[in-house]
Design a protein around this ligand. Sequence first.
Ligand SMILES: N[C@@H](Cc1c[nH]c[nH+]1)C(=O)O
Length: 321
Amino acid sequence: MEEFKYLIPEESIDAIITNVEKLREIENHLRHVFSNHGYNEVLMPSFEYVDLYTKLDCGFTVDKMFQYINHEGKNVAMRLDFTIPLARLYANSANVGEARYSYFGKVYRKETMHKGRSSEFFQGGVELMNKPGLQGDKEVMTMIQESLPGISLKNILLELGSAKFYNRLLELVGNQRNELEDILRLRDISEMKRFVSKNDFGDSLNQLLLSLPTCFGNIDLLHQMMKTCQDSVLLGALQELNDLYESLESKEGIIFDLGMVPTMKYYTGFMIKGYSDQSANPILSGGRYDDLLPRFNVEKTAVGFCFHMNHILKAIEKEGE
Ligand SMILES: N[C@@H](Cc1c[nH]c[nH+]1)C(=O)O
């Protein structure tokens, strides 16, 4: 009868984060790193038109959104992502030179299977507008590396992938792209074997595809792939990853994952995911997304990343056990 006192909606959990003191400690550390690099913190709105997320071909679908119809009769969603609204902010600003934004706050994403999982994700990140190529990528990577010591996790692995590489692969397999995406997402070795023998893309591409589900390793792996890769676009993408790696002062904990599937459809260049050995979910993610600002009619490039605070705090908790 008084169920409301005990039950929690399936989209929710009892408390999103209980160790808020730790959250604030990490947040302040990150705030410090970001502002030292000249990033201005912006407090973004919680509500956006659904169209902002769906009509730019960024891969967001309405089933992921918490939405309602406002008094104008328009569909409004709770913030699903910081990167897209910040791209709009930049595109609408008078200054379209170099710009640096940082942010802290929640995004709201519906889970397909709720069961004890929250739909609210606390992020802290940055977006760097109009610093193209290696210089921009390096700035972001350096900030990630500088941030890591302050997040209290011992073993962090930084995985680098490339959306340019991935998108070219999809182009090369033509009509079979959806199938390839599924196989790579699941890293399914036997499905990949079946896929390759069914389609036969020629020796070189066949061999490359077969290697992808398990294609992670250190810089030697990248060099080996560069030797065998024959397609100039694929090779160019690998060369970019190599240049980024070489430009970094510290190479600690960096590995390559050439089968990495973009979590966001807007990525166009390098992609990064950070993992703690205590968390199955990434504690940070990001990458270059040069095609997003042009969709707001501003021919400028962008790159950024965010920390996933919920996953960081979970991993810290586990590490303490
Ligand atoms: N918005 C991305 C992270 C990112 C920031 N900038 C670029 N990528 C995410 O939620 O995963």
